[in-house]
Design a protein around this ligand. Sequence first.
Ligand code: AMP
Ligand code: MN
Ligand code: MN
Ligand code: MN
Length: 285
Amino acid sequence: MLDYDLHCHSTFSDGLLSPTALVARAAERGVKFLALTDHDDLSGLTEASDAAKQHGMQFINGVEISVTWRSHTLHIIGLHIDPSHRPLTEGLRSIRDGRGARAQLMADSLAKSGIHGSLEGAYRYAGNRGMIGRTHFARFLVEQGHCRDVRSVFKNYLVKNKPGYAAHHWASLQDAVSWISGSGGFPVLAHPGRYTVARKGMGQKTMRELLGEFINLGGQGIEVVCGSHTPEQYVEFARYAKEFNLLASCGSDFHGPGESYRDLGRLPDFPLDCRPIWLAWEAKR
Ligand code: AMP
Ligand code: MN
Ligand code: MN
Ligand code: MN
């Protein structure tokens, strides 16, 4: 079992637990090194870092940035970022502003299918924080009885060709990587197995082009062991890591009890011959 968890979410994006509760849960479950990686938002980091001190846990400032690359939406994790780095904070602010406009379009689309009040409903879950996303809409749709759970929402709503979908243009890969690197952080490609899903995802050739471009821009890591990967995908992406000389990262992508594939502190070890991403910051000390 790995005692690192470098990808999870709090109520400052679309997680269900406050940073304090999230850190406490991670500590209970044996995590020794934790990164909070809220979507496009850094507001939970101070609270999480304070809580980690109480538990004697090493805390790593993180973020998960939404990116559009070609026709694909990608997520780029930044680890050990500096939360006061202006290009990063300004860039994230502009992504969150775009999320506000997108939420309105999603609500308009749902209204056309006879589902009203979703904007207010989603904001009830998002609170007054800057980040609103599909998970908040999903919780509203479950609450209103349209779907059994959040996971099934993403089969029938909020995705391409379904009610509530709004096409959106996120940050560029170049910007996301440079904001992270510029702040002293390490850019990591999140859950690559999600981009290669059968039929609608990218093929191996495109994945290789993506990895080549990511590295040229300054990308350093790739998630190998993560909540949404199968054991076969651990091996598949360990091979990519080796081929492209990328460091391997790991994270549960935990959002909350009952809403995630994997809980905190339950990640199996890397396949052999992965070089873990923490070597990068340990080397800097
Ligand atoms: P957004 O960035 O607003 O498009 O929302 C993306 C978020 O939706 C992800 O971070 C997940 O939390 C959630 N999500 C996306 N696909 C699924 C899925 N198939 N099952 C559960 N949650 C999902
Ligand atoms: Mn999420
Ligand atoms: Mn993600
Ligand atoms: Mn995530």
